[in-house]
Design a protein around this ligand. Structure first.
Ligand SMILES: [Zn+2]
Length: 358
């Protein structure tokens, strides 16, 4: 065991504070109360919570396990030692279940360490970087103004190009196939606006700096960006449907994707499909999993769409989910949070065993 076995972060906002003086960034500074360790219980996963409560939860979780974890700020704190496992949640602001799922994984790892050999083994082998809310400003906005907001809340200061509209789609802003036509929008008013340049959002820039440093020092073994919805495990490459650009049918990348999907399905019987984003949904350029795969050279890099399935979201059309439309699918009922979290955790447990062995 080493002291860096689990690294947790919800305070990306501290980084943003220096760049944009954002609303969410101010919240961690208001964190003055003693941590309430009673937050760390299964009941946390019975409902959704506001941003400040999530900050408190992560502090409480880390305080309960000080030898295993610490709070971590992307772009500021240095890397660890072991090969890394990186999980992102809430890159798209409205996808609240992804916040809960990443917290559940952190909770399960920390609470299980003393009693579960598999978990002990995983924490001794890997350093986990878990970022439950990588889009804090957008997340706060979904809780105060617009439940279906997707992007960050960055002001588009570049006048004359739709500058009155706010926000970049953080999952079209990464420096991999950025701006490739058909996979994102170049119009600031669109929900899939890619930004004016790759990594020109403070969130993606800070995370990219962090991921580069981690890759350099430790290597990244597994990367999962948790989203909602559709019940899909998507491997790279999302920006093209060309068969020559997809991992071969027998590649480890594709194999672990299908193992992740089947092990998630095994928990509660919910169907999870596996394939590339382009095959399963629509082309996505500048997304995080392609960046992890092609720039950071992470062999196991995925985007997972959590519950509900595509058919459940009212915004679907022609069998495909629309990235910008209003959809009941983003408001997963609270009673399903635990099931979504257990599925994700079941998949992660299984995949950690696989990638450790191979
Ligand atoms: Zn998403």
């Amino acid at each position: 065991m080493n002291l860096l076995s689990v690294l947790l972060n919800t305070v990306l906002g501290v980084v943003i504070l220096f760049n944009t003086a954002s609303q969410a960034a101010k919240l961690p500074n208001g964190f003055r109360r003693p941590v309430d360790k009673s937050l760390v219980s299964p009941a946390w996963f019975d409902g959704y919570h506001d941003y400040q409560s999530h900050v408190e939860y992560i502090h409480a979780l880390s305080a309960k396990h000080p030898s295993l974890s610490r709070i971590f700020t992307a772009g500021k704190d240095g890397p660890g030692i072991n090969p890394a496992v990186v999980f992102f949640g809430t890159m798209h602001a409205r996808e609240w279940v992804s916040t809960m799922v990443t917290e559940y994984i952190a909770y399960s790892l920390l609470e299980g360490y003393d009693t579960d050999r598999d978990i002990e083994h995983a924490l001794d082998s890997f350093d986990f970087y878990i970022f439950p809310i990588v889009n804090p400003d957008g997340f706060v906005f979904t809780q105060t103004k617009d439940r279906l907001w997707r992007k960050n809340r960055q002001v588009n200061a570049d006048k004359g190009r739709g500058a009155s509209c706010v926000g970049r789609d953080l999952n079209r802003n990464w420096a991999s196939a950025w701006g490739k036509s058909g996979g994102a929008s170049d119009k600031p008013c669109r929900p899939t606006f890619r930004g004016f340049r790759p990594l020109d959002a403070p969130e993606t820039r800070a995370l990219a700096v962090e991921l580069e440093a981690i890759r350099e020092e430790q290597g990244i073994r597994l990367f999962i960006d948790w989203h909602a919805f559709g019940q899909l495990v998507m491997h790279p490459r999302g920006h093209t449907c060309a068969p020559s650009q997809q991992p071969s049918p027998h590649s480890p990348t594709r194999w672990v994707a299908s193992e992740l999907a089947s092990s998630m399905r095994a928990v509660h019987g919910a169907e999870y499909g596996a394939g590339s984003a382009c095959e399963l949904l629509y082309p996505t350029s500048g997304d995080s999993a392609d960046y992890a795969f092609d720039v950071l050279r992470v062999e196991y890099a995925y985007t997972v769409e959590l519950r509900p399935g595509i058919g459940k979201g009212k915004g679907g059309r022609g069998g495909k989910r629309r990235s910008g439309g209003s959809a009941a699918g983003f408001a997963l009922p609270e009673k399903e949070i635990r099931m979504a979290a257990e599925e994700a955790w079941g998949g992660v447990r299984h995949v950690l065993r696989l990638i450790h062995a191979y």
